[in-house]
Design a protein around this ligand. Sequence first.
Ligand SMILES: [Zn+2]
Ligand SMILES: [Zn+2]
Length: 376
Amino acid sequence: MEERAEILTAGDASGNGMVFKITSASGVDVFGLATKNFYGGNWDLGPTWNYLVLAEKPFLVDTGRTGTLHSLLEMIAGTGFSLGDLDSIVLSHGHEDHDGGLPEIVSMTGASVKANPVYERLIKLQPDKVPEGIDKDFPPSCWHCIMPESFVENNCRKYHRNRNGLTIKNIFDPDNALGENIQVIALPGHSPDAVGILIDEDIFIVGDNVLPHISPSPTQIASFKLVSGIFPPEQSDVRQAFGLEAYLRSLKTMQRVGEAHPDILSLPGHRLYYYDQWNHFPLADRTREIIEHHITRCEGIMTVLENGPKTVKEIVTAHFEPSLLEGMGFYMAKNEILSHLELLVDCGDIQPVDGQYASRNGSGHFSSHIQSLEPW
Ligand SMILES: [Zn+2]
Ligand SMILES: [Zn+2]
C-alpha cells in the first residue's frame, strides 16, 4: 500500500477524511475516500471506505453513511473528477454505512445504480407482506432489526422512504457490465446482496466481506425465513445467500482469488487505514485467518455447552468479555452467536431444546464441515 498509494489528503489516525489514489495494472485510477462512521466503542469499524473508479465509464463504489454525503462530494471534487461524468454507482452491499447517501447522490447526478438484484428486493417497501409485529415502514432488509424506536426515528425512516424510490440495475446482467477487465463477484453472507469488484485481477474492492483486524458479522438463516416471501419462486436459491455457511463460502471464494493472485491489492470497506497506519493484508492469509476464527468460535460455544444446555443469552455472556457486551455490543454479540448456533445445529453438533441449546454427545462435526465447504 505504502508504495502504491499516493495520499492526496491525510486523514486522522483512523483514516477519517483521507483521500488516496492508486492505479491498476492497465492504468485505471482508483481513489479511496473515507467518510465518517458512528463510533461503536469496542465494536468500532472505523470510517467507511468508498471508491471512485475511473474506468472508461467511471463509477463510484458506495456512498457512505447517511449524513456524510457532503464530505464525500467534497473529497470527489478534490480529486479533480467532475460528478457530471459519473456513469454509475455500484453498491458493495446494502448496509446503511455504505448506501446512506445513495438516494441523494442519484438525484443530484442522474447516475444509474448497479447492485446485486437481491438488494432491490430488500429495499422495496412491501407493507402487505410485513410479518406480524414489525413496523410497516420497514423494508424487508430491516424486518429483523433490533434497534430501539428512538434510533429508528432519527436514522431510518427517511432513509427507507428515499431508498424505496430508487431504480436498481442488475449488476450481473452483461448489459450493465462495468467495463473491460472488471469483474463482479457475488460474495453473500455478511449481507445477502454483497459483491466484490475485481479490477485487472490486480485491485479487488472487497467491501465488508473481508476486513483487517475485525471479523465481519455474518447474517442468519433466520433473517431469510422472515423475508422469504418477497422472493419469487425462481429466486428460491436466495436462501443460500444467508447465514454463516454462505459467508464461509464467500471467504473461500476470496481465498481462491488471493491464491491465484498473491500480489492482489484488497480494498476493504473499513480499516484500510487505522491505528495511524495502512493495514494491507495478503488476501489468502486473511481469509484463512477469518475462517479459522469462526472454527474457534464454534469450539468456544461447544465448550460453553459442555456443562449442560444454555439459553442464547447465557452463551453470549459466557463466550464474550463483559466489555464487549456493553450497550449495543450485546446485540452484536448475540447476532454473532446466533449465526454460529445455526451452523452447529445444521451440522448435528447441538440441538435446540425448550428455548435452550444442548450439545449432542459432544460431537464436533462443524470443523470438518467448514473445512469441506466449497467456494461459490
Ligand atoms: Zn456491512
Ligand atoms: Zn460497513
